[in-house]
Design a protein. Structure first.
Length: 642
């Protein structure tokens, strides 16, 4: 299958020489198992790995577990750069990492997709992010339609990503990266989790992509003989060393020349994996590594291996932006490799100039396009999310009506003043916990999509974070307002507009701060840890709010914690709105009501002379600080996952 309607990019030859990579081994004790730990030693993962991956070829990186397959893939893709020794060249010149990342893509083992978007919607937003700003709607539609047709996803284009099969998810992951047609593609275990038929279909697709002139590299674990035949080249690793590099069909004869015969009717893939695992003796790993190195040295005696002063790669243009051409050509698909036997009209897409020469106005326009596209996508995903919207609407209505019924008419009753304080405090607790937990349960799962798209240079982290923040804003405003609108009037709080808006505003502030805290924790932790850490960090904020215990009775050495309690600032502001601002006396049916005068209630909880504007500024400062911490935590987490 010839995918020929995509950008006509120059081919890429990837060459690497004497790559070495080490990690710190686990600590070991002194001899005898006693005494303090000695210094950690370095464990070699890759040992003088060299090779060349050429355009038009589908290359398999094979080896047993722990052989260094994923490490080599991550190094070549540019996702692992620390503790790496050796050279990596692109078209004979030293690799420029930033430029290389824009012209390549890495499709990970786990097909992390946005579950609430359909196949077509996923492609549409990807096209808006990856195609040039000058692309018209008809050009974008043409690209999407033809990719879906060639990949074989046309029939399920209106199905949500959460409901398609495993093979279709893998195809969709490939289709998303094909939009800007990177000349070099990396696949980490593309057949993982697929049945035999889907595996063959997937590898056949990779074969077709390679035949289109791309350099396609995939790690694969013990393929069948039929699947192994689809690969043009094989790179075999064992113990961190290269045991074979060359045509796939020649691996068995190569091993036979060294003295090991493949048993009759034995899968060649299983045979070479068994050798690399040491099943035939560990000495064969050294023998094959030495033989491979000798044959490689003789073949590469005249290969250039130099770097220019600016680190640029000769013959490589910047792939960051592409623009459609007006010309249309028709290509005949290869019937041998594809079930389709029709001609497809294709639009050749040319590259624009390097972003280094792009003026500031164009960069601002690019950021604006990324922000608007991500804002629409985030808003659509949130609106369709059962946890973030539907269930939360139901819970807000139910809890709001229940609380309103429990504290009915308590707001203007002097005898029920203490109960009304519990009502106001519980409202903050409910809004804070619900905003926190919904974010903790959803954002860590969405982070996987962010990692894949950001590392493949779809958009900047800033544009995503700002868009995510703005998309959440309407929901974080609506739910607290809905809750307050129900409970405020059912509890017969003072019917003055400015008091209502202060109460509603403080509930909204609590919602925004709690949601920001959820983003911060979700950015740093996996969902299992986040659902534990979130409530634990929130409990002190409510404990030091001044309701469960007066701040004057808290030990002096712990009072400083209240300075960071956003709940305290909100609770005190709400009390000032309800019982302050020279409110009239409350209703009292008894001979004496201690809290008939609202000022005494404020004195009881230490909320006299509260400046609401000052309290709001404190909450806003905390909100801003948490958002900034969340952004940098997300950046650090993405960097750590490279």
């Amino acid at each position: 299958m010839l995918v020929s309607h995509l950008p006509n990019h120059p081919p890429v030859t990837l060459e690497f020489n004497e790559l070495n990579f080490s990690v710190r081994d686990s600590s070991t004790r002194k001899a005898g198992g006693f005494g303090p730990y000695v210094a950690k030693r370095m464990k070699s993962i890759l040992k003088d790995a060299s090779g060349t991956f050429k355009p038009g070829e589908l290359t398999a990186i094979m080896g047993p577990s722990g052989a260094g397959k994923s490490t080599l893939m991550n190094i070549l893709a540019g996702y692992k750069t620390h503790n790496v020794q050796g050279s990596i060249n692109v078209n004979g010149k030293c690799r420029d990492l930033a430029q290389f990342r824009k012209m390549s893509c890495y499709i990970m083992q786990d097909d992390v997709l946005l579950p609430h978007l359909t196949v077509y919607e996923s492609m549409k937003y990807a096209a808006q992010l990856k195609l040039p700003l000058k692309s018209t709607k008809s050009q974008t539609e043409l690209v999407i339609k033809e990719i879906l047709d060639i990949i074989g996803l046309t029939e399920c284009q209106n199905v949500k990503a959460s409901r398609i099969s495993g093979g279709q998810r893998k195809r969709l992951s490939i289709a998303l990266e094909l939009i800007n047609n990177p000349p070099i593609m990396f696949f980490d275990e593309p057949t993982s989790g697929l049945d035999s038929a889907s595996c063959y279909s997937c590898v056949n697709l990779l074969k077709a992509l390679a035949q289109g002139g791309r350099t396609v590299i995939a790690t694969i674990h013990q393929p069948s003989a039929r699947i192994l035949e689809q690969f043009d080249s094989l790179y075999l690793l064992g113990g961190g060393k290269c045991l074979y590099r060359g045509p796939t069909r020649s691996v068995v004869p190569f091993v036979a020349l060294q003295g090991l015969q493949c048993p009759p009717y034995h899968n060649p893939a299983d045979f070479v994996i068994e050798i690399a695992s040491g099943d035939y003796g560990n000495q064969w790993i050294g023998i094959l590594a030495k033989a491979t190195a000798l044959s490689s040295d003789s073949d590469s005696s005249g290969v250039a291996n130099d770097c220019s002063e600016d680190g640029s790669s000769e013959g490589i243009e910047d792939e960051s932006r592409i623009t459609p051409s007006k010309k249309v050509k028709v290509f005949k698909q290869d019937v041998k490799n594809c079930s389709h036997e029709k001609e497809v009209a294709v639009s050749l897409i040319e590259m624009e100039s390097s972003p280094k020469s792009v003026p500031k106005d164009s960069r601002l326009e690019l950021f604006s396009n990324q922000f608007v596209t991500l804002l629409r996508r985030c808003f659509l995903c949130i609106s369709r999310d059962m946890m973030l919207t539907h269930l939360r609407i139901a819970s807000t209505l139910i809890i709001g009506i229940l609380v309103g019924a429990i504290y009915y008419d308590a707001g203007n009753d002097a005898e029920s003043s203490i109960n009304n304080l519990g009502n106001l405090f519980f409202g903050l607790l409910f809004i804070g916990i619900s905003s926190l937990m919904t974010t903790l349960l959803t954002f860590p799962l969405e982070r996987g999509v962010l990692v894949r798209e950001h590392l493949n240079c779809w958009y900047s982290l800033k544009s995503y974070f700002i868009a995510r923040t703005c998309a959440d804003l309407p929901f974080q405003v609506f739910f607290p307002f809905l809750y307050v609108a129900i409970t405020y009037y059912m509890a017969d709080q003072p019917q003055e507009a400015f008091r209502f808006w202060i109460v509603a505003g403080m509930h909204i502030c609590i919602s925004l701060v709690a949601q920001s805290l959820g983003l911060l924790i979700g950015a740093m932790c996996h969902v299992q840890n986040a659902v534990f850490i979130g409530p634990v960090t929130t409990i002190p904020m409510f404990l030091f709010a001044g309701f469960l215990v007066s701040l004057e009775s808290v030990p002096v050495y712990l009072r400083w914690i209240s300075w960071f309690s956003y709940v305290k600032y909100s609770f005190q502001s709400i009390l000032a709105a309800i019982y302050g601002f020279e409110r009239e006396n409350l209703k009292c049916t008894q001979a004496y009501c201690h809290f008939k005068n609202p000022t005494k209630i404020l004195e009881q909880v230490g909320a006299v002379d509260i400046d609401v504007a000052q309290q709001f500024c404190c909450i806003f400062a905390i909100l801003l600080a948490i958002r900034i911490f969340a952004y940098y935590a997300l950046r650090i987490k993405i960097t750590a996952e490279k």
